[in-house]
Design a protein around this ligand. Structure first.
Ligand code: BGO
Length: 654
């Protein structure tokens, strides 16, 4: 003989796995009959465990509980009138919100509930995780996870069932707006003998329960409904349902985590790729992405750059005196290194956005899109990735050619990379477009980057024609699934690269501008940074060479000579020779025109990126190719700068 006996109802939405769970609990101890007065099947199963007798009653699967449909009425009547000792509510975890709505209604009946989160396997597949610990903390009752079709989680459910006598009722229920709660409190007193009085009060208010043949009650309910409508401007049934859904959503927000499943990711990736790698759309989309990149580099970065600039101005004004030391600090350190550091925010944003593109999976698509174009030019699509990396810094980009399988691709890509506009060139562009092209900053810089790509592929194509003739192997590339890029990772990677830039400014560039400062201060007695200084004489000797390109000031010549070391030094040199930012802008404005500024930027873009890149090219593909790279880039840079200036002049632009 069992010590205790409990009647447990099994409720749930249709297809939540209720029957499977019921069968798991009752085994073959089944009694099938009909619900009283109807032909709807009623299943009951009795089983004894741990000296407790359990009678499970399978109630019809429903989405709601009202008198509006027969199944719902049967379920509601059994729960409110027969009052089982507890109700197992089977919830389909993969459709949590819809299932939790029914659970909310049953909780409102004031019954003990045992929520069973079934179909957890399906939920996992769809990337849905339910946090049972959070649910348990909110409602003060245990939640059991199951896979009823495989019998998983059933023993955990039995444990809860065995303790059903001590089980608490849920402690968290929906709260309705004031007029509804007032009506509920009054109406609950009309059902004093009903344990489900709150549910019933809400039921008569929202019309889900037929009001017993009592005229007075009917009038009271109608009065409350009228008051609610007037105060809350809505039908009571809609208001109540809305509150219940809000309640469900708030619980789901806390306790349901939705990730994208692998299948969903692949499906989404395919859908995105239909546009991104589309034959006709892929190219324009890539160009748009690039344009957007520079637009953001400017719009987001410039205000910060201005602050830093002002900061250096203030710093400079604090340096007292006019002696050699003061000049060293003001013209050398602050103006020279400061001129480069001003652009740290823009550089950070550039690195950040490149990292976002890389992390999201877009960069591989860019290579894929570029493949056809690259093939036409005799390069492999895969070469495009090192080339794109070149936007950050040419040095690691050249190192990345190691990933290419054949020597021809390695050589051609390494020779193409120096034309990819690295972040060190950006300060030069930023300086010039800020003075001459204020309204079209991002478009001008975007065009320079495009020109870089164009020259890169042109050089590669020409060299292939001369040195390599074999056909290009087709691109076999695995495109990773897209995923939401991690802002933290991108910021971290951008932070590291920016720090490298800052460190370079503090060491290598600092050293270079110091040399320039010394050469600008010597011989002693000549005015600082004048044409009589050593640097002035060197510059003046070289400057005529650049006359056809439109910039023949000796300062520009010095900047380009020292730019061999690193492109940031170009800006640093101007800083040292012209003084702080304000003086710098007006001096450059006086020495350049918009056209000569353009030809100067073209020259800066194309002639050798820096000595370090050349050293890496030499290490990766040999001295012969490194020497060729220097030769081509200087000739091309100079040649194109002259073409830009002369053509512009002929068109009346200069
Ligand atoms: C078929 N996980 C999974 N993946 N499936 C489950 C789970 C679970 O946790 N629990 C139940 N199912 P019912 P209602 C079926 O019948 O118990 C499955 O309406 C099929 N049938 O096996 O009937 C369960 O009582 C052919 O699946 O739910 C059943 O609440 C192919 O969910 C379905 C595949 O369970 C509904 C499945 C001929």
């Amino acid at each position: 003989m069992a010590d205790k006996s409990f009647v447990i109802a099994v409720a749930g939405n249709p297809n939540s796995g209720k029957t499977s769970l019921f069968n798991r609990l009752t085994g073959s101890n089944l009694k099938v009959g009909n619900w009283p007065g109807v032909t709807v099947e009623k299943k009951e199963g009795e089983i004894c465990r741990a000296d407790i007798s359990f009678t499970f009653v399978d109630i019809p699967g429903t989405y709601g509980l009202s008198a509006r449909s027969e199944d719902e009425r049967i379920a509601m009547d059994f729960l409110t009138k027969a009052r089982p000792d507890a109700v197992i509510v089977v919830l389909d975890s993969a459709n949590f919100n819809r299932n939790f709505y029914l659970f909310t209604l049953i909780m409102e009946m004031g019954l003990k509930v045992i929520p069973v989160l079934n179909m957890t396997d399906m939920a996992e597949k769809r990337g849905i995780t339910l946090h049972t610990d959070r649910l348990a903390a909110i409602f003060g009752i245990p939640f059991v996870k199951t896979i009823a079709s495989r019998g998983k989680g059933i023993s955990a459910l039995w444990k809860v069932l065995e303790g059903v006598g001590e089980l608490r009722k849920p402690v968290h229920l929906p709260v309705y707006p004031e007029p509804v709660e007032t009506a509920v409190q009054v109406l609950m007193e009309r059902f004093p003998k009903e344990a489900s009085s709150r549910f019933r009060a809400l039921g008569v208010l929202d019309g889900g329960i037929v009001i017993p043949g009592n005229d007075e009650l009917r009038k009271t309910v109608a009065r409350f409904q009228g008051e609610i409508e007037e105060e809350l401007q809505g039908e009571p049934d809609e208001l109540i349902a809305e509150k219940r859904y809000e309640f469900v959503y708030s619980v789901a927000k806390e306790c349901v985590e939705r990730r994208m499943s692998t299948e969903q990711k692949v499906a989404l990736t395919d859908r995105i790729d239909r546009f991104v790698t589309n034959r006709y759309l892929g190219g324009p989309l890539f160009l748009f992405a690039m344009w957007l990149l520079f637009f953001l580099v400017f719009t987001v970065g410039n205000p910060f750059a201005d602050w830093i600039n002002r900061g250096f101005g203030v710093l400079s004004s604090f340096v007292p005196g006019s002696g050699l030391f003061a000049s060293f600090i003001r013209e050398g350190l602050i103006a020279g290194v400061g001129a480069v550091l001003v652009f740290v925010p823009n550089i950070f944003i550039l690195f950040f956005l490149i990292a976002i593109m890389e992390d999201s999976g877009y960069l591989s698509r860019a290579a894929f899109v570029a493949d056809r174009f690259m093939h036409a030019l005799g390069l492999h699509g895969k070469s495009f990735i090192p080339m794109l990396l070149g936007f950050g810094c040419n040095i690691p980009a050249v190192m990345a050619v190691r990933t290419l399988e054949n020597e021809k691709d390695r050589v051609l890509t390494a020779l193409a990379i120096p034309y990819m506009s690295c972040s060190a060139r950006l300060p030069v562009y930023l300086l010039f477009v800020g003075i001459f092209f204020t309204r079209y900053q991002s478009t001008v810089v975007f065009s320079l980057y495009l020109l870089g790509i164009f020259i890169a592929v042109l050089v590669a194509r020409t060299l292939r024609r001369i040195f390599f003739t074999k056909a290009v192997s087709p691109l076999v590339m695995e495109l990773p699934a897209y995923h939401v890029p991690s802002v933290k990772t991108a910021a971290h990677s951008a932070g590291i690269r920016t720090l490298f830039f800052i460190r370079k400014a503090g060491t290598f560039i600092f050293g270079s501008v110091m040399v320039i400062w010394v050469l600008a201060s010597l011989p002693l007695g000549v005015p600082y940074a004048s044409a009589q200084s050593i640097i002035g004489r060197i510059g003046s000797a070289v400057a005529p060479v650049f006359h056809p390109a439109g910039f023949d000031s000796w300062q520009a010549a010095v900047a380009l000579i020292f730019g061999f070391l690193a492109k940031e030094v170009v800006v640093g040199t101007f800083g040292v020779l012209y003084g702080g930012q304000a003086a710098l802008s007006s001096a450059i404005g006086a020495h350049f025109s918009a056209l000569s500024a353009m030809s100067f930027m073209v020259m800066t873009l194309i002639y050798i990126p820096c000595v370090a890149t050349i050293a890496v090219i030499r290490r990766e593909i040999g001295t012969k190719w490194a020497a060729l790279s220097v030769g081509i880039s200087v000739t091309l840079g100079y040649g194109l700068a002259v073409v830009v200036f002369q053509v512009g002049k002929a068109l009346g632009m200069g």
